[in-house]
Design a protein around this ligand. Structure first.
Ligand code: SAH
Length: 358
């Protein structure tokens, strides 16, 4: 046997630490979900000043015997950057109080722009259980692990079970409201010269409404499957059309597809984009398709962004035939669908605005 080497022990322990770090990443996700379910970001925000642990426990209306456990949940969430701790002068001298941070501010259920519904849906047990089927899916023949677990595709389940339909639509709407609020404020030039726009696979219309509000001269339409548009809130500002994007899409100067193509295989994307090309004007007449999607970029993505994009990609693999794509994969899809050119604006953090021209 080789003599004991301290160096080797050090390496082994580092390797074990790496395993544990990743092994417990789900604890980060689930602790975050717990905080959103309990409404902790709203409670701390509404408190208006740093909130002590006992104030938080009182506001949560949970048994005070849970105080030490809440302290431990908050300790992790502070470490992860979801809350911060500030010193305050309280009745018992200098105390520590929790404050929200930009990420938890986005998770307030009461905020106008909130990602809370997105977090709750992505971590809903109906999606989480599918991870237990990933390895057996690799060994089997089903299209997705979701289908292996449920016998139906995710879109079929969403069409059949009203609760899943609403959970998914609300989740997408929360992400849509968030991203479009930035697009209309900071990249409004994307909509210059347009008289009409259809949001294809536009869910319950959050994007179409935001564009119609910001640019009233653009006639906006939300187009999605009938069971989805049934939940579009009544509004005189946008038109609502139900249908199947593989068959026909309402015509417009521009079509917008946000988080739609990443749910489909390359072949299906080509089919969808061919339908798009049929109903927009020529490039010279201002016709275009606007995609809000992720572009995986090994040269420019930092480590954390790349990790998030790759996780998102495997998550898409779990429940759909789609994926997160590099530029060259997008480019091939655009060319195969008959488009002549495209422009990528990598300005939305993990997502990009991609303009595709006929
Ligand atoms: N664009 C929205 C929703 C993205 S989820 C957002 O980002 O918030 C993908 C959307 O595509 C869902 O709303 C789904 O119902 C819609 N969709 C799926 N298949 C479709 C089809 N065949 N025709 C039209 N819409 C479809």
């Amino acid at each position: 046997m080789a003599p004991y080497s301290g160096e080797r022990g050090h390496e082994l322990l580092q390797a074990q630490a790496h395993v544990w770090n990743h092994l417990y990443h789900y604890v980060n996700s689930m602790s975050l979900k717990c905080a959103v379910e309990l409404g902790i970001p709203d409670i701390i925000h509404n408190h208006g000043r740093p909130m002590t642990l006992s104030e938080l426990v009182a506001a949560l209306k949970i048994n005070s015997s849970k105080t030490p456990y809440m302290s431990r949940l908050m300790r992790l969430l502070v470490h992860l950057g979801f809350f911060d701790v500030e010193k305050i002068n309280g009745n018992n001298g200098v105390e520590e109080g929790y404050v929200i941070t930009p990420p938890s501010s986005l998770l307030r259920k009461e905020a106008t722009v909130s990602l809370s519904a997105f977090v709750l849906e992505e971590l809903d047990s109906s999606l989480l259980t599918n991870w237990n089927f990933l390895s057996s899916w690799f060994q089997g023949n089903e299209t997705t692990a979701f289908e292996k677990a449920n016998g139906l595709s995710f879109l079929e389940v969403a069409a059949e079970i009203p609760e899943i339909n609403c959970l998914f639509n609300d989740s997408m709407a929360s992400d849509a409201q968030f991203i479009i609020s930035i697009v209309v404020k900071e990249y409004g030039q994307v909509f210059d010269g347009l008289r009409s726009l259809v949001d294809v696979g536009g869910g319950t219309g959050a994007v179409a409404r935001a564009i119609a509000d910001a640019f009233p001269h653009v006639k906006c339409t939300v187009f999605d499957q009938p069971h989805v548009i049934a939940h579009v809130p009544k509004s005189t500002k946008i038109d609502v059309v139900g249908g199947n994007m593989f068959e026909s899409i309402p015509p417009a100067d521009a079509l917008l597809l946000k988080s739609v193509l990443h749910g489909w295989s390359d072949n299906d994307c080509v089919k969808i984009l061919k339908r798009c090309k049929e109903v927009i004007p020529t490039k010279e007449d201002g016709g275009k398709v606007i995609l809000l999607e992720t572009v995986v970029n090994g040269d420019t993505d930092d480590y954390k962004s790349m990790e998030t994009k790759l996780c998102f990609d495997v998550m898409m693999m779990l429940a759909s035939t789609g994926k997160e794509r590099e530029e060259h994969v997008w480019q091939k899809i655009f060319i195969d669908a008959g488009f002549s050119d495209y422009k990528i604006l990598p300005v939305l953090g993990l997502r990009s605005i991609i303009e595709v021209y006929p």
